[in-house]
Design a protein around this ligand. Structure first.
Ligand code: NAD
Length: 483
């Protein structure tokens, strides 16, 4: 098999196999070919991973931040040096075009390791003077953290969670999505080569039940999940029952608002980036594109012209810029939504079909005349399906954009920057864009409001979610007491 990993799990600094777990085939989405097989973690494997992590934590947290940071920075350099190898693996794991993975996956993982590696030496507390007495605070790690990933960005998710966790002195057991088990193993291997002590970053494979067993283990202090809202509800509830910290990076149905004074081609580019990158399998996508009525037909004409120029095909060919869905199942879900869009009266402008062949390709699809009550305007599709909705006024579009349980992202295209800031200020979303869409630099906080999530990844904000503050009151004089 083309991409068979050395073993299913990476624990205590080495690959570990246990073929008594449920077999999980690794499928290349572009062809349907089985390219590897891993086995879900058995309870014995989960136990080994958690025990090794717990043992490693005291030593790792006891190192200076600068020493921890140096390991992460070295790993970041190694990832950049091996970018092509990692990108090819990401393309096999996910089906995303190599044209994308070469610039968006290992590179983003390296950015996170570099950023948090650089920050690790400066994670300090405060000194608070109270007359002669004083308080000092210490930023302490949480302990054993569990990371659980979705299948759309397996290398990036492992590092967006692992890098800040490790920088703060935590250890992590990471469970990738069962659809994309390969990339996190290579990340763990590189971290060890970069000098990470064994046990600090372990990887175990498995379906949801393995994730659930990690979440409910009393040794685990924090859970960071990237996944759907229904999974988020279950994981959040399980973590809450033991008062654990959480970060929830969940789904969305984000609005992208295009006003009539916008630069039309830039707005179309934003809509394309926000709907068709990674074949639409991006949580923050702006899948409800609200276009002011006076420019709607011009926008649609330009959009369809450009969508029809997508290069669809073998994702390993660097000329390809649009790949398959992750799985047959996901392809069927997306095709089901497209049928529903047609049945509910939306106007199909392009795409809407499966492409011939064994791969899980759905053509980039644009619907016009979508109304707020249609299923395709309400539910997260997680595929290449854009809904374009018309609007007249600013107040109207703000109200309609906010009429959703989700709140991950929002974007506005306008040349009137006062209006741009005014509208963004009223949209209920965590990660917003003005005259752009879907940028995710490590320096910027990333995450959602409402049902789209809790907590933030990236930036200095992430540090707050992987550490806790101890405050120490120090009295310099005598202690007064009542008796
Ligand atoms: P999913 O919710 O089906 O699975 C996510 C992960 O959770 C998988 O690893 C799965 O095995 C695990 N899991 C499932 N049930 C579990 C349980 N009971 N306990 C613990 N773990 C469990 O999501 P998916 O289909 O892999 O990914 C797509 C979803 O992820 C979309 O909704 C998308 O919007 C979201 N997503 C969000 C972000 C973000 O940063 N906000 C990023 C990428 C994807």
């Amino acid at each position: 098999m083309k991409k068979q990993p050395k073993a299913s799990h990476f624990i205590d600094g080495k690959y570990i196999e246990d073929d008594s777990g449920i077999p999980i085939d690794v499928v290349f989405p572009a062809t349907g070919e089985v390219i590897g097989r891993v086995f879900a973690a058995t309870p014995a494997i989960v136990e080994r991973a958690l025990a090794s992590a717990q043992l490693a934590q005291t030593h790792w947290a006891g190192m200076t931040g600068r020493d921890r940071g140096r390991v992460l920075t070295r790993a970041s350099e190694m990832i950049r040096e091996r970018n092509r190898e990692l990108s090819v693996l990401e393309t096999y794991d996910t089906g995303k075009p190599l044209q994308e993975t070469l610039v968006a996956d290992a590179t983003s993982a390296a950015d996170a390791l570099e950023y948090f590696g650089g920050m690790a030496g400066s994670l300090t507390g405060e000194h608070i003077k109270l007359g002669a007495d004083w308080v000092y605070t210490v930023r302490e790690p949480l302990g054993v953290c569990v990371g659980i990933g979705a299948w759309n960005y397996p290398t990036q998710i492992a590092c967006w969670k692992g890098a800040p966790a490790l920088a703060c002195g935590n250890v992590m057991v990471f469970k990738p999505s069962e659809r994309t088990p390969l990339c996190a193993l290579l990340v763990a291997e590189i971290l060890i080569e970069a000098g990470l002590p064994k046990g600090v970053f372990n990887v175990v494979q498995g379906l949801g039940e393995v994730g659930a067993s990690l979440v409910s283990d009393p040794r685990v202090a924090k859970v960071s999940l990237t996944g759907s809202v229904p999974t988020g509800r279950k994981v959040y509830a399980a973590a809450a029952s033991q008062m654990k910290h959480v970060t929830m990076e969940l789904g969305g149905k984000s609005p992208l608002v295009v006003f009539d004074d916008a630069d039309l081609d830039n707005a179309v580019s934003g809509a394309i980036n926000g709907n068709f990158y990674s074949s639409g399998q991006v949580c923050s996508n702006g899948t409800r594109v609200f276009v002011q009525n006076s420019i709607k037909e011009a926008f649609l004409k330009r959009l369809v012209e450009r969508v029809k120029s997508a290069v669809i095909g073998d994702p390993l060919d660097e000329a390809t810029n649009f790949g398959p869905m992750i799985s047959h199942e996901q392809m069927d879900i997306v095709l089901g939504y497209i049928d529903q869009g047609v049945a509910e009266g939306a106007r199909l402008l392009c795409g809407g079909t499966k492409l011939e062949g064994d791969g899980f390709f759905v053509a980039p699809t644009v619907f016009a005349d979508v109304t707020d009550d249609m299923t395709i305007a309400q539910e997260e599709i997680f595929g290449p399906v854009m809904s374009v909705l018309g609007f007249e006024t600013e107040d109207e579009v703000i109200a309609r954009a906010n009429a959703t349980e989700f709140g991950l992202s929002a974007g506005v295209f306008t040349r009137d920057l006062v209006r741009g800031h005014r509208v963004i200020g009223q949209l209920q979303a965590g990660s917003c864009f003005i005259n752009s869409y879907n940028d995710a630099p490590v320096e910027a906080p990333f995450g959602g409001v409402k049902s789209s999530g809790v907590g933030r990844e990236n930036s200095k904000e992430a540090i707050k979610h992987y550490s806790q503050v101890k405050s120490v009151f120090v009295r310099m004089g005598d202690v007064e007491s009542a008796f």
